[in-house]
Design a binder for this molecule. Structure first.
Ligand code: SF4
Length: 254
């Protein structure tokens, strides 16, 4: 993790502390500055010189906020290109890159995952590691092959410290998800974890909604636990499997 990411995460952490101290969920904060700490130049200049011009609001820093985004078209071209150039919310400041998604172009199933974490951001993948292996087992158990699936995240940029996305971030990013689902036309959408549920139903409570199919634009949606959560809480395995059986029955019998 580079120093600029550490500073951005630290800033977000201070914002969270402020929320907790004020007893609110999301108070008004200064936008996270775009840190550009250069270790080499820091040897020659004081720390205040290095940060001096980076405390302007995010909107004023967009030209230099993301090194990769400078060469990527914004608000033009394909949906993926628009996601890659997106700076609609503060999450663009800490990411290495946005991750539009990966998988089949005509999928049977779209899986909406929690926000990318550090490893996903680093490897430019919607899901990595043990949780990915676990999800593949789930998909096999409901009779879906990897070639029939498209994976994407509730928000396309990693959240600092893998915290849940804030409502304002879900609000900013959910239009991309809607557009993806409309373009991919899957038979069903599987929402994994609270963040994924909130990307389509802001006030949904996972413990109440999980395992109960609902329809948006005549398309089948089902929510269940995040595989990473189930990996560390063995007592969630059984209810997650009960939920997945509902998806399996829908895919098998419509
Ligand atoms: S999380 Fe979504 S809305 Fe926010 S910057 Fe990334 S792509 Fe844009």
């Amino acid at each position: 993790m580079d120093l600029n990411t550490v500073f951005s995460d630290y800033w977000e952490l201070l914002n969270l502390c402020e929320d907790y101290l004020k007893g609110g969920y999301r108070t008004d904060h200064q936008p996270t500055p775009a840190f550009h700490f250069d270790v080499k130049s820091a040897v020659q200049e004081s720390p205040s010189d290095a940060f001096g011009q980076d405390h302007a609001p995010a909107e004023e820093n967009t030209a230099s906020a993301s090194p990769s985004s400078a060469t990527i078209p914004v608000q033009s071209g394909s949906l993926d290109e628009r996601i890659l150039g997106c700076r609609r919310c503060d999450l663009h400041l800490a990411r290495k890159q946005p991750i539009p998604g990966r998988g089949a172009t005509q999928p049977k199933l779209v899986v909406v995952l929690p926000p990318p974490g550090y490893d996903e951001d680093d490897q430019n993948l919607p899901l990595t590691g043990e949780a990915e292996d676990f999800l593949n087992k789930w998909l096999g158990a409901v009779g879906v092959t990897p070639e029939e699936v498209y994976l994407t995240n509730a928000v396309k940029c990693r959240t600092p410290g893998t915290r849940p996305p804030f409502p304002v971030e879900l609000e900013a990013c959910s239009a991309f998800l809607t557009e993806q689902i409309e373009a991919l036309k899957p038979q069903a959408v599987l929402l994994l974890g609270e963040g994924a549920l909130h990307s389509v139903e802001r006030s949904g409570v996972l413990s109440q909604k999980r395992g109960q199919p609902f329809f948006i634009n005549s398309r089948f949606y089902l929510a269940t636990y995040d595989p990473a959560q189930v990996l560390v809480k063995a007592d969630l395995k059984r209810p997650a499997w009960e939920d997945l059986k509902v998806l399996r029955d829908f895919l098998n019998h419509g």
